[in-house]
Design a protein around this ligand. Structure first.
Ligand code: CA
Length: 575
């Protein structure tokens, strides 16, 4: 059974809900708020269950009109289902139907849902879009940069976790006492006549599913444009020097047709921010000034060059994010740090692409690098078993491409061979002598260089492909893993906690060329580590010794949250 968790905040300040008029109060069903949340059983698995759940909930507040879904409800998109339910609820209480703006208003809503999934937060206020102008209770100033919203009064409902429109709308309507029925009030607000609905399902983030509904009262004729702007701005290089971050060449996507002409419907680039590492503490409620972003300034105006003062510590990755008037955003960062290499064997962690490098719509997983594998080059194979990643994981250059890349940067024919440890045996690639094989983002690779060769190697970001953080198969004994890369702020202690979350499993961690060669960390008792608060190095990975086979899906969660591994419930939130 679904568990509902509602976090309640005050309605956005710009929503002004008038008292219910006398004429509406005379309708068979009124817009009056229920006395309390619906206490009966709720089911949403079929049309019949949805109808009976809504009908029973209506009856509990004295509304005898049953909810009847239209034929074909099942085959509608979630957006159309939500619109349908909004209007059935309005119709039953004597309100006119909302019209869906499928392009501008829904794109603004879609962008916000995508933001929440990508950056794992839940708030009307945005860390990247008009952050400096928002407050927690009036967090929709990001919409006012859009001409469609700026002239009218409007409101916004957010929900997270719900997997269907029926569950989300039911939660807004009948399980909303904690917000003093603010979400219900927005849905039934008689003066609202247009709505934009943006939904991201399975998009990542703590709640995985995010729903944004933007309601507006638009006076006079309004025709949404035929085409939405769905593309984020383009950005040039991101650089950092002397405490100042800079990005040049910022411009909105040229295919945006809605900001052209004498009366544009959207603005172009409306904001640029910088941040390092995580943009927000996952899942928490935020005041806008608690977001880990710094607003940038465009100087001179219209130049496409934005700068801001920010501190970038060693190992941190600087990001620039540009936003357009429809809320589309593009997150860009410089390439990962170079990997130093010297003659002989080098243990190298292949960097994983970051969230921003993923194609839109594929989940935008956080910048968790990771992954598995291989054994100790100085040990016998039997001690180090590591299944290979499967399929959907990101593929960085294959073995041949990796050698070509290193050779071209260090000088021709620098690499003698490279090897990974796969399914109980070393798999070795000799240049010119054998077929290439796939390598995976975050994988540990032993690169054997000819003597006296030295230099640095840097994987081109355009060569990286990555989908989601892989799950590492850890075998009893030592494992060589290359997590995290680029640095995401995890400490030795946090990594130890994550791997050990199913039991007191981690025995030792070593950062160095081989197990127990280098700096070794051991837990003194469960969850406590000696000197375990240091960050994990970017480019070399670490050795971990566990007492039994297990899996580990590296996260970029913070220390206080990492202990929650294994506790799952279907989380639901509304705002
Ligand atoms: Ca755009």
């Amino acid at each position: 059974m679904t568990k509902f968790r509602h976090i309640v905040v005050a309605l956005v300040a710009s929503i002004l809900i008038p008292l219910v008029s006398a004429s509406l109060a005379q309708a068979a069903c009124s817009t009056t708020n229920p006395m309390m949340n619906f206490a009966g059983e709720t089911k949403f698995a079929s049309d019949a269950e949805i109808q009976s759940t809504f009908t029973a909930s209506r009856a509990a507040e004295g509304c005898a009109t049953p909810l009847v879904l239209p034929a074909g409800y099942d085959s509608m998109t979630p957006q159309q289902q939500m619109l349908t339910l909004f209007n059935l609820e309005r119709e039953a209480r004597g309100e006119t139907a909302l019209k869906l703006d499928p392009t501008i208003m829904s794109q603004v809503a879609q962008s916000h849902s995508q933001e929440m999934a990508t950056y794992n937060y839940f708030s009307h206020a945005s860390p990247i879009n008009q952050k400096g102008l928002q407050t927690f209770t009036s967090g929709v100033i990001r919409e006012m940069v859009n001409p469609v919203f700026s002239k009218y009064f409007f409101g916004e409902n957010l929900a997270a976790g719900y997997s269907t429109a029926a569950q989300a709308v039911w939660g807004y309507m009948y399980d909303d006492a904690e917000s003093n029925w603010g979400h219900r009030g927005a849905i039934l607000q008689g003066e609202f006549n247009w709505v934009g609905i943006g939904i991201v399902l399975g998009g990542g983030g703590e709640y995985n599913n995010y729903w944004t509904d933007d309601f507006a009262h638009i006076t006079g004729a309004y025709t949404p444009p035929a085409k939405a702007d769905t593309k984020g701005p383009v950005l040039g290089p991101v650089t950092y020097a002397n405490g100042e971050a800079k990005v040049t060449g910022v411009a909105d996507s040229p295919e945006n047709v809605n900001d052209k002409g004498a009366t544009p419907l959207t603005a172009g680039v409306t904001d640029v921010v910088f941040y390092t590492n995580k943009i927000a503490k996952s899942g928490a409620e935020f005041e806008p000034n608690e977001f880990n972003t710094v607003s940038a300034t465009e100087t001179p105006a219209g130049s496409g060059t934005w700068t801001a003062k920010i501190t970038v510590n060693t190992g941190e990755v600087l990001h620039a994010v540009a936003v357009d008037g429809s809320g589309n955003f593009t997150d860009s960062s410089p390439p990962p740090p170079p990997v130093p290499l010297t003659g002989g064997e080098n243990t190298v962690a292949l960097p994983a692409a970051e969230a921003a490098e993923e194609p839109a719509g594929e989940g935008a997983a956080p910048a968790v690098a990771a992954a598995a594998s291989t054994g100790d080059p100085y040990a016998t194979a039997a001690d180090y078993r590591q299944p290979r990643h499967q399929g959907e994981l990101a593929i960085t250059p294959n073995a041949r491409a990796l050698v070509d890349s290193i050779d071209s940067q260090l000088g021709r024919n620098a690499v003698k061979d490279i090897k990974v440890y796969v399914n109980d045996e070393w798999q070795t690639y000799y240049p010119c002598g054998s077929a290439g094989f796939p390598l995976y983002a975050g994988e540990g690779v032993v690169v054997d260089l000819k003597p006296h060769v030295t230099g640095v190697w840097q994987l081109s970001k355009k060569d990286m492909r990555f989908s989601k953080p892989p799950t590492l198969q850890l075998q009893a004994g030592w494992n060589f893993v290359s997590v995290p890369y680029p640095a995401n702020g995890l400490t030795i202690e946090q990594i130890g906690d994550e791997i050990a979350s199913g039991g007191d499993r981690v025995k030792e961690l070593t950062i160095g060329p081989a197990p127990e060669e280098g700096v070794t960390y051991r837990p003194t008792r469960k969850g406590r580590w000696d000197h375990g608060t240091g960050d994990v190095p970017d480019e070399q990975g670490l050795w971990v010794k566990v007492d039994s086979a297990s899996t580990w899906t590296p996260s970029e969660e913070t220390e206080e949250e990492s202990g929650k591994s294994g506790e799952f419930e279907e989380l639901v939130r509304v705002k």
